[in-house]
Design a protein around this ligand. Structure first.
Ligand SMILES: NC(=O)c1ccc[n+]([C@@H]2O[C@H](COP(=O)([O-])OP(=O)(O)OC[C@H]3O[C@@H](n4cnc5c(N)ncnc54)[C@H](O)[C@@H]3O)[C@@H](O)[C@H]2O)c1
Length: 365
């Protein structure tokens, strides 16, 4: 293949079900060659206007050169694309264009495109194959792995969805060169979360963050492949989120509430970064997590430019959003908390007054 570096990580789902995540630099247009050896026919390339302009045209031509009949379709940018109405438009289009059970869906974009296209692929004619081509850091380290797909409902995000595993995840880190800075840094929150789950990976991040911020391709491959391995192992052991997968919610209990309480002024990644600090503060207060590990985590978040303190946030609003969360209980809320770098525990109930103290320490008033 014509790329500089390539790592192939297999997500093993059991009973012979597995898919590769191919992480490298400059192999985007090799997807057609890889596919031609495995599948043939008609494919729907789902993307948005930005990604279509940057990479969609070349990807489409390279697929056509390998014998694919490609229909490219553009969906709106942002969360507004993740609706049942938008999924309906894609079904209409596929039926009009003669798509059938042997057709393929390719998602070229961030987590929004991946979630929508995966949902459509999983439901069209009871499920057809799909390939993730993630182009945002968040999608490369998180959203493209694990087979969760969904659209939003007016009552909340990701409320209508299915598990539908991709046939492959094709991750060319060179696409990150065009990702806006704030999106890139937001994606690093999930990367650092994986570091709290795996101590060796945390040490790698401490050693490489300046190169990572500079988007050095070799560092990106190493770090993204590392995240894929960590998330991949967890989701493979718990495909349908019955247990262990909850570890990945580290930082998300406060993070989700903060994101909503800020009226989405904080991006998901920024809110998760503050949520990671919040989880650390709670774990310190419960005597689970050392001040040294907490400070290392805060230092890494700060170093990459993520917030560790919330500004202009009402603690009461955060508590209200947490109360709506399915993990909330009358006597407190259930958290995933760090125990030490490399060990995280699920299902720990934290009393409300301790949560209030932590929110005050995070800057919420
Ligand atoms: N399925 C899962 O397991 C899972 C996990 C986490 C998040 N998600 C979902 O992912 C979504 C968020 O994903 P996201 O952060 O990637 O957001 P996104 O898909 O909206 O992408 C962020 C922005 O970056 C742009 N972009 C993406 N790649 C680019 C590139 N290479 N160059 C230039 N611009 C680029 C997009 O057009 C968009 O404007 C949410 O809907 C969330 O619910 C799903």
């Amino acid at each position: 293949m014509g790329c500089i570096r390539l790592q192939e990580i297999w997500i093993e789902l059991g009973q012979g079900r597995r898919y590769p995540v191919v992480v490298g630099t400059g192999h985007l247009l090799e997807l057609g060659t890889w596919l031609a050896e495995r599948l043939t026919g008609q494919c729907l390339l789902v993307t948005n206007a930005t990604l279509r302009r940057l990479y969609g045209g070349d990807l489409k031509s390279s697929l056509q050169a390998r014998g694919w009949q490609v229909n490219a379709i553009q969906v709106p940018d942002g969360e507004e694309a993740k609706t049942l109405a938008q999924a309906g438009l894609l079904y209409d289009y596929m039926l009009a264009e003669g798509f059938d059970r042997d057709s393929l869906v390719i998602a070229l974009g961030g987590g929004v495109v991946g979630d929508l296209a995966g949902f459509v692929a999983g439901t069209f004619m009871r499920g057809i194959p799909f390939i993730q081509v993630p182009t945002s850091l968040l999608a490369q380290v998180d959203a493209s792995i694990g087979g969760k797909t969904a659209v939003n409902h007016r009552l909340g995000k990701n409320l209508v969805g299915i598990f539908h595993q991709p046939r492959a995840v094709w991750t060319d880190v060179n696409t990150l060169a065009t990702l806006p800075e704030r999106e890139f840094i937001s994606g690093l929150a999930e990367v650092i979360k994986h570091g709290v789950i795996d101590a060796d990976y945390f040490a790698l991040l401490e050693a490489t963050w300046p190169n990572l911020l500079a988007r050095d391709p070799a560092t990106l491959v190493q770090v993204i492949a590392g995240s894929v391995r960590i998330k991949g192992k967890i989701v493979a052991a718990d495909e349908r989120e019955a247990g262990q997968r909850a570890l990945l919610n580290l930082g998300h209990t406060i993070g989700h509430a903060l994101e909503a309480a800020s009226n989405y002024r904080y991006s998901h990644g920024e809110a998760v970064a503050i949520g990671l600090v919040g989880a650390g503060l709670l774990a310190c207060r419960l005597g689970l997590w050392s001040a040294v590990d907490h400070e290392r985590t805060c230092a890494l978040l700060r170093a990459v430019g993520l917030p560790i303190i919330a500004h202009d946030i009402s603690a009461q609003d955060v508590l209200c959003y947490m109360a709506h969360d399915k993990k909330a209980r009358a006597d407190g809320a259930r958290f995933v908390l760090p125990v030490r770098l490399g060990e995280v525990k699920c299902g720990l109930t934290v009393p409300v007054d301790m949560i209030c103290d932590a929110l005050a320490a995070l800057g919420a008033v």
